[in-house]
Design a protein around this ligand. Sequence first.
Ligand SMILES: NC(=O)C1=CN([C@@H]2O[C@H](COP(=O)(O)OP(=O)(O)OC[C@H]3O[C@@H](n4cnc5c(N)ncnc54)[C@H](OP(=O)(O)O)[C@@H]3O)[C@@H](O)[C@H]2O)C=CC1
Ligand SMILES: CC(C)(CO)C(=O)C(=O)O
Length: 298
Amino acid sequence: MEIAVFGAGSLGSLLGGLLAREHDVTLVGRDPHVRAIEERGLRISGAIDATVYPAARLDAPDAADLAIVCVKAFDTPAAAAELADCDLDACLSVQNGMGNETVLAERLDAPVLAGTCSYGALRPAPGEVRCTGVGEIVLGPRTGGASPLADRVGTAFDRAEVVTSVADNMPTRLWEKLAVNAGINATTALARIDNGSVLDGDAWSVAAAAARETAAVARREGIEISDAAAEGAVRRVAEATAENTSSMHQDVLADRRTEVDAINGFIAERASERGVDAPINRTLAWLVRAWESGQGVR
Ligand SMILES: NC(=O)C1=CN([C@@H]2O[C@H](COP(=O)(O)OP(=O)(O)OC[C@H]3O[C@@H](n4cnc5c(N)ncnc54)[C@H](OP(=O)(O)O)[C@@H]3O)[C@@H](O)[C@H]2O)C=CC1
Ligand SMILES: CC(C)(CO)C(=O)C(=O)O
């Protein structure tokens, strides 16, 4: 399969690098990372060890069987605009936050698949990516149901030994992942704690409430997630990634813009449209945005 990975940052480099073991992969990213890959290939270290030689470039190729979008949520409109000129059979988002697939579907002619990812990735230096945890890609049609296209992508990922499940309930999967990110990301970023520390005391009160609010909004959208299931998902992921610094915590430590608009901001906005009270997500979004404004990264 010809695969273009749009956004060769941490996750895009890891996923694209793993897929390059079996497929014809082009990584679309920035210099000096792109130049380093062209010169020396991509070194994957950590939980997986490999050196691979995907193509790398600064803009989208003219055509691909599949484009995988791996930019931060606030860059999705720009990615969609660039991919609109690319001849694609399919597009897959594996980003965090809600709304990415809708933005892509509005701009692209190709069908858009939804995905969630629990692999962990960091980019220590140009031409290098570290796998900080082997997880799973879950993918499927963005509105749910089965599709031969999703099966084909799942099979291609399996062949490259990327742990993958094809799901017929992606809307539910996306809301569950949103509850996890709503509970963990802003809480850890604002309190400057690792993921495992949300399991305790005041941090748990915030994280659990953010997850319950997410479930309440999901139910108004017709997605059946119980409060207990949302809280349980946060607890499981916080335990499994206890030593991790969440992506939003990393962004705050590096003075970078965060994905808060697509996580807590999305939930607060959807809650107000649906007449649900979501004071914890609203406050988390306000605080993280206030920090971003203060840093001049918004
Ligand atoms: N990293 C991880 O372990 C995981 C990440 N995710 C999600 O995956 C998504 C990506 O995360 P992550 O990889 O960490 O983010 P990164 O910021 O590391 O990667 C995104 C990359 O895309 C580049 N980019 C953005 N716009 C363009 C463009 N127009 N052309 C070329 N390159 C572009 C960025 O460059 P620049 O910064 O210079 O704009 C950056 O290098 C997020 O939604 C995240 O929440 C999900 C699960 C795990
Ligand atoms: C699952 C979790 C919380 C792992 O850190 C994550 O997705 C993130 O940090 O964005």
